[in-house]
Design a protein. Structure first.
Length: 241
């Protein structure tokens, strides 16, 4: 999907096979959903060469899930770009991370962290026995961190949305969004919720932020267009020393 994936874990018997399976999983997802590949199923739909109604059950299932999230967020999250193209990147990357995590869990690996384009899902602890500590990049300077957070308890998924990594790519209701937030980081129990709601908050602004924090068990850090930062109590409690 035009980004990089890394996995941190302690190698054990069978690790190479599991990683190969994850690579195959990512490749399969690329072949179906990547708009960076002109021959992918979704690219053929975007080009008008394949009707959405005739697409695979896998693609239609993810599209239906995206529509469910659009309804749940009152349109703040949507799979429809302003040019009419169906773009499922906002949920597929998280789904790929979730599937990779499932493969690691099934292999018996208990301590790992998957990072795909800055969105992370972790289990257990680091190799030195410490909890996973993750940095949040400064949107003004990608070489600098705003802060670091410690992942403990149930909330082991972190997603950041905004214009830092991919430029202006978030829209709402068929048009580009004019968000008060330059960057939003969401910590949640699962990566799909974290990823979707980070995008929805950037898109929907303060209304979406208030709605999401009231309805979902998440912690949030926002960076405003003026550089101001706001964090929920749970996010502040997770800050690393």
């Amino acid at each position: 999907m035009g980004t990089m994936a890394t996995i941190d874990l302690i190698a054990q018997p069978g690790t190479a096979e599991v990683l190969a399976g994850i690579e195959t999983t990512f490749e399969d997802i690329e072949n179906v959903f990547s708009l960076y590949r002109p021959d992918s199923e979704l690219s053929r739909i975007a080009a008008g060469r394949l009707p959405l109604t005739e697409s695979s059950a896998q693609l239609r299932g993810v599209y239906e899930e995206s529509l469910s999230w659009r309804n749940a967020t009152n349109g703040a999250f949507t799979p429809h770009r302003p040019d009419g193209v169906v773009d499922l990147d906002g949920i597929v990357k998280a789904a790929a991370i979730e599937r990779a995590g499932g493969l690691l869990d099934a292999s018996g690996s208990s301590d790992w962290c998957i990072n795909v384009g800055g969105d992370l899902l972790c289990r257990g602890i680091q190799s030195d026995g410490r909890p996973w500590t993750l940095g949040i990049v400064d949107p003004e300077d990608r070489g600098t961190l705003l802060c670091s957070i410690v992942l403990q308890g149930e909330r082991r998924a972190v997603a950041t949305s905004g214009s830092t990594e991919r430029g202006d790519h978030i829209w709402r209701d068929g048009s580009r969004t004019n968000s008060p937030f330059r960057q939003v980081t969401v910590v949640a129990d699962d990566i799909i919720t974290a990823d979707v709601l980070a995008t929805a908050i950037v898109s929907g602004g303060r209304t979406a932020l208030d709605d999401a924090t009231e309805r979902w068990p998440i912690d949030v850090l926002t960076v405003g267009s003026d550089g101001s930062m706001r964090a929920t109590a749970g996010f502040r409690a997770a800050l690393a020393a």
